[in-house]
Design a binder for this molecule. Structure first.
Ligand code: ZN
Ligand code: MN
Length: 496
């Protein structure tokens, strides 16, 4: 007897708009200053009227197009009613029977090595407003609960997948690929620690019995999984738990109402919270304060133009065009569109994709992290770095010298000087970093060094291999930059 895990994910994504979904309050993560980004609309004060944020709707449509969904020509708003301290209106403005989009799919890559993909169906994506946040102080001095309404009214897209995911690992991969797509679309920062991307998992298992039957177990929704690791671990745990529960009780799908579970991340188990509400418990009805929204196919087409290349397509293209490993290409793409554009420009200019990838993902990325800036503000532009790395390809400078130039460029930028591509050649000359390729010149210097070091030469002839080191060192100091291997070859030849 064995079983298959069956998972559907509901993902809530905060949209990156300047203001909230139905009012002009700032949409910004601001936990240090609670209840400052509020107004009569998002506080639900009597008489205040909501107005839809057009930008939020456009970003939502962009998201749905990238998920291959149908965009509804006509969509409306509904009130979902429940009582909770973080919801001052006692209803959430959401979408019930006419969501703005439905019937899409996301192709995920379930095997890194073979590149095997699987298409995961999207039932629907709808727009809604976020609630505020309850903060429970269980261990601190206050031992109280507080409510922060800064988040109240933040635009969310809720993306509901089909139960097409057949393992905890597949669920994790789906979430990773979805996040990568959303980031590349620049519709959300997808910061999971800050709650910009939150995930609930609907889980049950299909038990395959020895006599060839398949039996589904009751459905459980695990709430608020806030990291990839937690998604995978919670589903894995829950599948085992359901198998045990089925062996003990024999209860099957339909015999028990859907239940809501939590996940204890510290101790690694799921636990029952409450019976799941039915849709009727929410008493949905159309919001009389908001106009329905219509969109023309021309408007959808215009938004479609902004979608651009998907991260999967871009990764495959980088692997091909720049001869990168899957891993290197992914590291670049995960840094976002601007960073990918920067890499691509450097790669084109320097003519060596691998070198461009190493420099951008190591040297450049390290500087960005240290400086806490985005690539747009990085003082060494793609053009400058491309020109610098091209000189390595031309054997004009060594990798070590290129690193020295890179450091000098950064230091000059920090000192307020303007760093133009022309500075690359100037620094190479100032620091005497150009590789001496004129072997006539090099041989003259070597002859001189050998003449002055008769004893060392004699030691080397006598079999002391290590004696050559100081000779190479003296030559290198005089020429500024040369290929140490070439210098060694010439010295050995001359001594022989
Ligand atoms: Zn407001
Ligand atoms: Mn929701």
């Amino acid at each position: 007897m064995n079983y298959t895990t069956v998972v559907g994910l509901e993902v809530h994504v905060q949209l990156q708009t300047a203001t909230k979904l139905f009012c002009g309050c700032l949409n910004k993560f601001n936990p240090d200053n609670p209840n400052v980004q509020t107004c009569p609309v998002c506080l639900g004060l009597p008489g205040a009227l909501p107005v839809m944020n057009r930008r939020a709707y456009e970003l939502a449509v962009k998201t749905a197009i990238a998920l291959n969904c149908n965009i509804a020509e006509f969509t409306k708003w509904d009130r979902k009613q429940y009582y909770y301290p973080d919801l001052p209106k006692a209803y959430q403005i959401s979408q019930y029977d006419l969501p703005f989009s439905s019937d899409g799919w996301l192709e995920i890559e379930i095997d890194d090595e073979t590149g095997e993909t699987k298409r995961i169906g999207i039932i629907r994506a709808h727009l809604e407003e976020d609630a505020g946040k309850n903060i429970h102080d269980e261990t601190g001095g206050n031992r109280d609960s507080r409510v922060d309404l800064n988040r109240c009214g933040t635009p969310l897209v809720e993306i509901v997948s089909q139960p097409d995911l057949s393992s905890a690992e597949e669920a994790r991969i789906y979430l990773e690929d979805l996040r990568r797509l959303l980031k590349s679309l620049e519709v959300s920062d997808c910061n999971m620690q800050e709650g910009s991307l939150r995930c609930d998992a609907n889980v049950n298992i299909h038990v395959h019995t020895d006599d060839g039957k398949t039996i589904a177990t009751p459905l459980v929704e695990i709430k608020n999984l806030n990291s990839f690791r937690n998604v995978e671990m919670a589903i894995e745990y829950e599948a085992v738990r359901q198998f045990q529960e089925w062996q003990e009780t024999g209860k099957t799908f339909g015999e028990v109402l859907k239940r809501t579970f939590g996940w204890n991340a510290d101790r690694g188990f799921t636990f029952e919270q409450r019976m799941k509400e039915e849709a009727s418990d929410y008493r949905y009805f159309p919001d009389p304060d908001l106009m329905p929204v219509t969109i023309t196919s021309e408007q959808v087409g215009a938004i479609q133009q902004t979608v651009g290349e998907s991260p999967v397509d871009m990764r495959k293209r980088f692997q091909e065009a720049y001869e990168l490993s899957r891993y290197d290409a992914s590291v670049i793409i995960d840094q976002g569109k601007s960073f990918s554009r920067y890499f691509e420009s450097v790669g084109k200019k320097c003519g060596n994709g691998k070198s461009a990838a190493n420099w951008t993902t190591q040297d450049v990325l390290r500087e960005l992290n240290e400086r806490k800036i985005e690539i747009e503000l990085f003082p060494v532009t793609d053009e400058t770095l491309g020109i610098l790395l091209h000189k390595i390809e031309l054997d004009e400078i060594t990798v070590k010298s290129a690193r020295e130039v890179f450091e000098i460029l950064l230091a000059e930028a920090d000192a307020g000087k303007s760093v133009t591509p022309a500075r690359v050649d100037a620094i190479i000359d100032e620091k005497n970093l150009r590789i001496v390729s004129d072997t006539g010149e090099l041989e003259k210097i070597i002859n001189e060094v050998l003449r002055k070091n008769e004893q060392i030469v004699a030691d080397f002839r006598g079999g002391k291999q290590g004696a050559i080191g100081p000779l190479i060192g003296q030559v290198m100091r005089q020429v500024g930059a040369a290929d140490a291997k070439v210098v060694r070859e010439i010295i050995v030849r001359k001594i022989d």
